[in-house]
Design a protein around this ligand. Structure first.
Ligand code: GLN
Length: 424
């Protein structure tokens, strides 16, 4: 049985039937006989990335019949290297969420902890890898969306340095923060997919060529590392202890130095992120007025998307006083300056991906509690450096991810650290 057949059988068994994971919105394999770095690899794609001929619905009624007319740059690159696109993965509507529950086509289940949310917004991407529906997946990360689902589902998820991967063909949530990145079963596969999709693209003016990833290098354990363990109040001590124990074990084995580090203004990250996202999202969604693409967004979207449109519109109206967006940009700048300083002292920063374990599917949680999942992931989007989630262990059977973050353009170093810790 070919790889693809094996995955299709598994999807048939457990996506809409059996365990009812609901990771896939569309299964429509695009076979590929090209030989390249991804020959034979089967890849699912978050439904906010354009794949020619497939439905880029963003898991929304707005675009439920929107067939993409072109390939995003990342898709072109995957096809050129022989990768097989399997279909489109479920997600939070327009990438707005942390749990995978805001999809207009039903929540995704967590294959590694049935009954709990898989994390979002790249819920179907992480779940399709964890459920054994594919080799790898593409997700997008604005504030958490690759790392939180990777953490909750127990897979590897990488948010690359901002501008290292072309965003051409990604339907944006917030263009100054979004990055496409890989999710995979292990660090080597994630590195391979990142290598393929990285690089300068004439269709994305800010993209750069600086990320050279040598997949063989990933096996080399970095020497003499200085690791900063982020000092941040985390109520669930089990999570903090698990992450600390794991990085201490790795550091003893490899001779790395660890020090606790407090980063000023980190507690302001969530309050800084949302005004930026609301405004950029509001502006980006004005094209969904029902004339060219699908339906009018305000008429059919879910409550979280509506909250952002209304919030973004209000902030934009009040902005002549420079009160919110401008203020948020200033704090973003302050946080970035702190990261610049801290990365002069440390090669890498470690923290949990999420300060909390996932909630049960259907459990009602407040908007604030939903936003709080991202307290430790958002800061890295504000600064724009690379950060990844690596499975670090389990608490009561629920996977917990370690966040490994390095400075901008140090993605290869981050992957080497990830691989070294993965071996333990
Ligand atoms: N949870 C955050 C939000 O809802 C991040 C989502 C994302 O990274 N796409 O905005």
């Amino acid at each position: 049985m070919t790889n693809l057949k094996k995955y299709l059988t598994e999807i048939e068994k457990n996506d809409k039937k059996g365990k009812k994971i609901n990771a896939m919105l569309q299964v429509a394999p695009i076979e590929n006989s090209k030989k390249g770095l991804l020959s034979g690899k089967v890849i699912t794609v978050k439904a906010n990335i354009n794949v020619e001929g497939l439905t880029a619905s963003c898991a929304s009624k707005v675009l439920e019949n929107y067939k993409a007319s072109y390939d995003a740059t990342v898709i072109k690159k995957i096809k050129n290297e022989g990768g097989i696109i399997l279909g489109m993965a479920n997600m939070d509507e327009f990438a707005s969420g942390s749990s995978g529950e805001t999809s207009a086509f039903g929540p995704t289940k967590n294959p590694s902890a049935l009954g709990y949310v898989p994390g979002g917004s790249s819920s179907g991407s992480a779940a399709s890898v964890a459920a054994g529906f594919c080799d790898m997946s593409l997700g997008s990360d604005t504030g958490c969306s690759i790392r939180i689902p990777a953490s909750f589902c127990g897979v590897v998820g990488v948010k690359p340095t901002y501008a290292s991967v072309s965003r051409y063909g990604l339907i944006d949530l917030s263009m100054s923060l979004d990055q496409i990145g890989p999710l995979a079963k292990n660090v080597s596969d994630a590195a391979l997919l990142l290598k393929v999709i990285s690089g300068k693209d004439d269709c994305d003016a800010i993209s750069q060529e600086k990320n050279k990833i040598d997949v063989k290098q990933i096996e080399n354990v970095p020497q003499k590392l200085k690791i900063g363990l982020i000092d941040f109040p985390i109520k669930d001590k089990r999570i903090q202890n698990l992450i600390e124990d794991k990085i201490k074990t790795a550091s003893e084995k490899y001779g790395w130095k660890i020090e606790k580090v407090k980063i000023p203004y980190l507690d302001l990250a969530i309050a800084t992120y949302y005004p930026l996202v609301y405004v950029e999202f509001f502006s980006g969604t004005r094209k969904f007025d029902g004339r060219r693409y699908g339906k009018k967004i305000e008429e059919v979207c879910g409550p979280e998307v509506m909250r952002r449109i209304l919030g973004g519109s209000e902030i934009t109206k009040a902005e002549h006083e420079g009160r919110y967006y401008n203020q948020a940009l200033k704090i973003r700048n302050l946080i970035s300056k702190e990261f610049e300083k801290v990365f002069k002292k440390f090669d890498c920063l470690i923290s949990p991906v999420s300060p909390k374990l996932p909630h049960e599917i259907g459990e009602k949680i407040s908007v604030e509690d939903m936003y709080a999942y991202d307290a430790l992931t958002i800061p890295h989007n504000l600064y724009g450096n690379c950060a990844m989630s690596l499975p670090a262990g389990k608490i009561n059977g629920i996977p917990v991810g370690m966040q490994i973050a390095c400075d901008k353009w140090k993605d290869e170093l981050m992957l080497r650290i990830g691989r070294s810790v993965e071996k333990i």
